[in-house]
Design a binder for this molecule. Structure first.
Ligand SMILES: Nc1ncnc2c1ncn2[C@@H]1O[C@H](COP(=O)(O)OP(=O)(O)OP(=O)(O)O)[C@@H](O)[C@H]1O
Ligand SMILES: [Mg+2]
Length: 456
């Protein structure tokens, strides 16, 4: 593996022999005879590795190591030392040097040592760029919203993420973003490079869920042909996300409580305790108080889990986020489906803002996805935004404020005709906008205009 190496040694002959060997191995080599020269080079160029003599004319190697390390924290440093001063090298290792070699050293040994240090660093760089990538994909910045509720939520997640062992209970209706919050908690924490393991407690029957969570020993039951690790073991040092915890069987709830209390568990059929270090995040869209009253959920587990309860509010309680989220999903799906919708028509915006969103953000996301996929023109209108069953009811001014049935009755057809005529007048004859105002599709208004002879 090639790279750029800084050689710091006051002995010319040693620098020369190092350069000979390292260039032959394909490295680019820069030389410094003292601390000042080494600092100068490290300030202006990035190196993949430094070979640093512990004894230098103008500074001691340990001090210089500290300075180089501060300048280029990701650059591995191999200390070179006389046999008599190994303590200095050991001290450098404690402070983060990659390795040390004692003089006189064998060139092959040196080459192996250099190669190993560079490879190890490359691996670390890769891990940390993967971590950055995951953070970007799952971290806090993905939680879209500008209302006070969401600001508070993001702030809370940021703080709770730091306290890495605290259990978290996520409460909120379906589709509010609990999964997302669980991931953000993991990827914003120091556990970020360890596993995030999630399981939906309703997905499996009780006994399977148990062996899934805790693993089993060979022979624990008929099909247990060999030992299997459970999720708690796999997730060691990471996070376990138990979704739909409200539906977990009470016998498993007790076992979970034990993991939380004692930080250890037993495999199914096992006799030894296995210690684990995991953060448990649980979520439910159920009313746990009710479940506790009915004896379906253990109160002690509830208290154990809810050290930090995080409530993810329903979308209808943060309506100002609806247009913000709609725009976010519009961008996402524009990109995905290669479309270029500029936005939503005012009528469509009004409708989504007033709608109740029983399916919360998930429903909004689906509505926008469908609209972008099937829509035409450059804005998404009421035709494209299809909402749940009773979409019109909540989005329009109520019928009462529009019209009151007169005592003597009225001609509904005439009322319809008048309203359509008014809508057309207001929009300068633009049928799409008129349809939008009335909560009709373009096809519907076209039909009604013809029916009432308004197109004459
Ligand atoms: N604040 C948000 N910003 C961006 N996307 C969001 C936000 N909240 C939720 N979503 C998206 O909405 C969808 C539903 O969210 P999620 O799966 O986290 O909900 P949930 O609360 O876990 O639902 P359930 O209770 O049904 O499991 C996901 O696609 C998620 O990415
Ligand atoms: Mg979920």
């Amino acid at each position: 593996m090639a790279g750029h190496i800084l050689v710091v040694d006051d002995e010319k002959l040693i620098r020369w022999s190092l350069r000979e060997r390292l260039t032959a191995d394909g490295y680019l080599v820069s030389e410094a005879a003292d601390g000042a020269a080494a600092r100068g080079l490290a300030e202006s160029e990035a190196f993949d590795l430094a070979l640093l003599d512990l004894r230098l004319p103008d500074t001691d190697g340990l001090t210089l190591f500290g300075e180089l390390h501060a300048l280029q924290p990701d650059m591995p440093v191999i200390m070179i030392t006389a046999f008599s001063s190994v303590e200095g090298a050991v001290e450098a290792i404690k402070r983060g040097a990659a390795d040390y070699l004692t003089k006189p050293f064998n060139m092959d040994e040196l080459a192996i040592c250099v190669d190993k240090a560079i490879r190890t660093q490359a691996l670390q760089n890769r891990v940390s760029s993967e971590v950055d990538e995951k953070k970007a994909r799952f971290g806090l910045s993905n939680i879209v919203g500008e209302t006070a509720e969401v600001l508070r939520l993001r702030d809370l997640i940021g703080r709770v993420a730091q306290s890495e062992t605290t259990s978290v209970l996520l409460l909120g209706e379906s589709g509010t973003g609990k999964d997302m919050v669980a991931r953000a908690l993991h990827y914003e924490s120091a556990r970020v490079d360890k596993p995030f393991v999630d399981i939906t407690c309703t997905a499996l029957p009780e006994s399977l869920l148990e062996s899934e969570l805790f693993g089993y020993e060979k022979g624990a039951f008929t099909d247990a042909k060999k030992r299997k690790k459970g999720l708690f073991e796999v997730a060691n040092e990471g996070t376990v996300f138990l979704d739909e915890i409200g539906d977990m069987a009470t016998s498993l709830q007790s076992k979970l409580l034990r993991v939380l209390d004692e930080r250890s568990f037993r495999r199914v059929g096992g006799t030894t305790d296995i210690a684990v270090d995991v953060r448990v995040i649980a979520a439910t869209n159920r009313d746990l108080d009710e479940a506790i009253r009915q004896g379906r959920f253990r109160e002690d587990l509830y208290y154990r889990l809810s050290t930090v309860p995080i409530v993810v509010p329903p979308l209808r309680e943060r309506r100002d986020d609806i247009p913000v989220l709609a725009e976010h999903f519009l961008r996402v799906y524009n990109a995905e489906f290669h479309r270029e919708f500029r936005g939503l028509t005012p009528g469509a915006l009004r409708r989504i803002r007033d709608y109740e969103w029983p399916g919360n953000v998930r429903e909004l996301r689906n509505a926008i996805e469908r609209a972008v996929l099937l829509g035409s023109g450059d804005e998404l209108g009421l035709d494209e935004i299809v909402l749940g069953r009773s979409s019109l009811r909540s989005t329009r001014a109520s019928n009462e404020s529009v019209a009151r049935l007169p005592k003597q009755g009225c001609d509904l057809g005439e009322v319809e005709k008048t309203l359509i005529a008014q809508a057309l007048a207001r929009t300068g004859g633009n049928r799409t906008q008129a349809a939008d105002l009335l909560g009709l599709s373009r096809d519907q208004i076209r039909y009604k205009i013809a029916k009432h002879g308004l197109d004459a």
